[in-house]
Design a protein around this ligand. Structure first.
Ligand SMILES: CSCCC(=O)/C(O)=C/O
Ligand SMILES: [Fe+2]
Length: 173
């Protein structure tokens, strides 16, 4: 797992867009995005138990895995959004990029994930996801309750969402 500031230059979202400015795990932690690089399944189970996760699913994000909904799903994943529940992603195979807003809300931090990387997305964090040029990731998605994936796309309305407001309070310096 590595993270850097996204260069915001027009072009294929699947390219690294690495501005050359790297971002530390400490910074990710301050944003509430808890990185656990290179861990085994037994550690994933420990985290899931500790944090009381009751549900999970496995997703194969690829043209083959998603079939007819591939384009639509990829578009949805890369639309800036938040979730109202804390969610865990554990990469089983392939790779991709999670982008999260930095503390100024002006820049994207790109987090490159690969097999055995786990990240915890706090409720209310604006983020998006894209495959890289390998065009494939298989991930375990852990949910506290039902295995649902409900994105709230960024809007003036979502900015007022109580989970967003709570997140901003929690990460305030
Ligand atoms: C690699 S898991 C699929 C993407 C996802 O679950 C998510 O929440 C994207 O924002
Ligand atoms: Fe998401």
């Amino acid at each position: 797992m590595k993270a850097w500031i996204y260069d915001d230059i027009e072009g294929d979202q699947r390219e690294p867009h690495n501005s050359g400015e790297s971002v530390s795990f400490e910074t990710l932690e301050k944003l509430g995005l808890l990185p656990h690089p290179n861990i085994e399944m037994d550690k994933v189970e420990e985290i899931a138990k500790e944090r009381v996760y009751r549900n999970r699913d496995e997703i194969n994000v690829s043209r083959e895995g998603l079939g007819a909904v591939y384009e639509q799903k990829l578009k949805g994943f890369f639309t800036e959004h938040l979730h109202e529940d804390e969610e865990i992603r554990y990469i089983k195979d392939g790779s991709g990029y999670f982008d999260v807003r930095d503390s100024t809300d002006a820049r994207w931090i790109r987090v490159a994930v690969e097999p055995k990387d786990l990240i915890i997305l706090p409720p209310g964090i604006y983020h998006r996801f894209t495959l890289d040029t390998g065009d494939y990731v298989k991930a375990l998605r852990l949910f506290k309750d039902e295995p649902k994936w409900v994105p709230h796309d960024r809007s003036a309305e979502t900015d007022k969402n109580p989970f967003r407001q709570e997140y901003l309070q929690a990460v305030k310096a």
